[in-house]
Ligand binder design. Sequence first.
Ligand code: SF4
Length: 504
Amino acid sequence: MRILFKGLEDERFIRPLQLITNLYYEESEVSITNLENPDLIIDFQYKYNNPSITTYAKLTDMKFSQEYEGSYHKEYPPFENEKELFKKMKHTVSHVYVMIMEDYTGIIQPWGMLTGVRPTKLLHKKIQEGISSELAHKQLKEEYLITDEKIELMKQIVDRQLTMVPDLYELQNEVSIYIGIPFCPTKCAYCTFPAYAINGRQGSVNSFLGGLHYEMREIGRWLKENDIKITTVYYGGGTPTSISAEEMDMLYEEMYQSFPDVKNIREITVEAGRPDTITPEKLEVLKKWNIDRISINPQSYIQETLKAIGRHHTVEETIEKFHLARNMGMNNINMDLIIGLPGEGVEEFAYTLSETEKLMPESLTVHTLSFKRASEMTRNKEKYKVAGREEITEMMDNASSWTKEHGYVPYYLYRMKNILGNLENVGYSIPGQESIYNIMIMEEMQTIIGLGCGAASKFVDPVTGKITQFANPKDPKSYNDHFIEYTTKKINILNELFGVPKGV
Ligand code: SF4
């Protein structure tokens, strides 16, 4: 679909308009200057009279000479500067664009004009401003065109988060820690995480762990010196259980020695995503260091699917390792499922849910397969047969009703770009077993310090809430060459954020 937008001279409009266009068309080209033979022309006009803006738009379908019109008027608080004015303009233009596209295509976007990853943040913001639940609902619907159903989902999630973490809005002076271990037994086809097949890499694993221990010591020292508490720790990657039981043991010992007050950390999670990495020895190590929560990820219970996506483990192994972990005392197990894996439709997903019922993990994360640019699956899109938008929606609805019937509640969600059907990934949990780390990462209420390969840090200013991102190198070689430099950079950012005078 080729779309020419007229009346918008500012280049900054292109990105939001492209993102909204992506909600309707898998392939599109948009322009605000010129485009030969466009399929649609959308003419915008706006009037602003600080603090109100009125935007009109007229869509013309060039092939069928059909026209659709819409307008949106909004009173804002007075704008302070040009940047703020543009933000409001972007809002009204996006709003009216979605309105006319809904008329033209007949497709109602459940998330309205939202294209961002974390819709629940909007509701948290309104609650923090003291806005009542009813008014927040009305505003989300009117301002962003979100459907009632999705607003109810947001409310339910935010409610669960505040029940699980009642001091969520006061945790900005604590931090959480993410530790990235970049190795897996083999690389899955849809994976874009920093994950390297571990076989034959022992040299690289050793050097990597040396760097990671260094980072843990230095960051731990800084936290102790500045009296900053840790809320949660999360080991991800890769697969953190792909290293040996001895290496895991030394890593957790380092955590206990270096980090402040580990006994009072609210939650420590280790992803043991690939069942083929789980052994009784490793489970013993996890227990020894009081690791509360692990993840064992089936993704699907259909053997051919696992083979097609390169997971190299069997369905039986997932079930067997789940029971092993359970029998060895692991009582908070998460399982990840993916909707829309190649060759899977409603029937296959129903089978996966019926197998899940036999295990009843404490939490269940339901992902929608997304075609991320860097994955093998995206590069070879034609090779993989995936379900269409409607079937994906049906499977999401089935996941939602199945979890409800089985006593799970949704407690976090995030949306991804290029996700099939423009839906969302939802974390469900038996009430009281929600992952606090997942809440912290989704709602961006506090700093998360990333250590290890490919680990992204997200520094949240405790006063302004402004977010600064920082990423460690993705491949073990450059991590090994530069970890000291990256640790120093993170400590400098932490000093600035938490007001530590220079030279201290
Ligand atoms: S197990 Fe996870 S991190 Fe490892 S390759 Fe597969 S998707 Fe990527």
